[in-house]
Design a protein around this ligand. Structure first.
Ligand code: SAM
Length: 277
């Protein structure tokens, strides 16, 4: 008899993955954590019934959430990642030689422990001397930071459980203060198909704080609808003026210099709902 992991996005839309083995299950202080071995996608980290990463396609999300803001900023030395306990975004950020220090703030130590045990390749990033790990609520951490960071990446889970307030105005305003005046903020902003209200709200909240706000897209097979959005904001820089010579040698599988500009071109239906009053 085969076992299937099922994610129900709406009453009419479910995603199914065939499970080879259940490797780990735990109720942490913050969320339900599972690690499964999937037949087609390798190992998967699941929080509160939502796949966070699979071995097969995590590179797409992590390259796209990291390289776009890191290349938009001309000299990213100090980088903060809020969430990101799977280590993938930190791995990509650390490919940039200019980056001197990465602070990663993950609320749930059990996520880090599970990653270290079941995703040893991702976990190696936690030994990098340029990375400092804080086990803390990102909402609290950010409040005490003033003009500290060149780039902040919000690599959070979707707005459920401990991540709900990471999609609110107060948190973005705290990120604004934690950035240097020329800093760049980048956040994951959900599926344009299934979370269009989230995507629009994030864009509007960031517009009330920053001069340049640009949503962009990536195709990620694991996530509902396969189409995912990120929203980047800054008062100083936008992608149009980025110097892409630093993209050479990043050793990426999805991201390319051509894609850097292409990913900001939004399909009509997305522009329509973003611009609707
Ligand atoms: N790629 C993923 C996705 O969108 O599905 C997100 C990756 S990462 C695993 C998300 C992390 O954010 C989780 O490990 C979760 O524990 C962490 N997180 C959620 N709320 C947080 C908070 N308030 N402060 C810090 N980390 C938080």
């Amino acid at each position: 008899m085969s076992i299937w992991y099922v994610e129900e996005e709406t009453p009419g839309y479910r995603l199914h993955w065939k499970v080879k083995k259940v490797l780990y299950e735990q109720q942490t202080k913050y969320q339900r954590l599972q690690v499964l071995e999937l037949e087609d996608y390798g190992r998967a980290l699941i929080l509160d019934s939502a796949i966070q990463i699979t071995e097969k396609d995590e590179f797409i999300y992590n390259e796209m959430i990291s390289h776009i803001p890191l290349l938009t900023h001309p000299s990213p030395k100090r980088v903060l990642i809020i969430g990101g306990g799977d280590g993938g975004a930190a791995r990509e950020v650390l490919k940039h030689k200019e980056v001197e220090e990465v602070h990663l703030v993950e609320i749930d130590r059990d996520v880090i422990d599970a990653v270290c045990k079941f995703f040893p390749e991702s976990a190696s990033v936690f030994d990098n001397p340029r990375l400092k790990l804080f086990i803390q609520d990102g909402l609290e951490f950010i409040k005490s930071q003033k003009e500290e960071y060149d780039v902040i990446i919000v690599d959070s889970s979707d707005p459920i459980g401990p991540a709900v307030q990471l999609f609110e105005y107060q948190f973005y305003s705290d990120c604004f203060k934690a950035l240097k005046p020329e800093g760049v903020l980048n956040v994951q902003s959900g599926s344009p198909f299934y979370n269009k209200d989230v995507m629009k709200r994030v864009r509007n909240l960031l517009r009330s704080l920053f001069k340049y706000v640009n949503p962009y897209l990536a195709c990620i097979p694991t996530y509902p609808s396969g189409l995912w959005s990120f929203t980047m904001a800054s008062n100083a820089y936008q992608y149009l003026t980025a110097d892409l010579s630093r993209a050479n040698g990043l050793n990426t599988r999805y991201f390319t210099s051509d894609l850097f500009h292409a990913c900001f071109v939004l399909p009509g239906f997305i522009n329509d709902f973003l611009n609707a009053v």
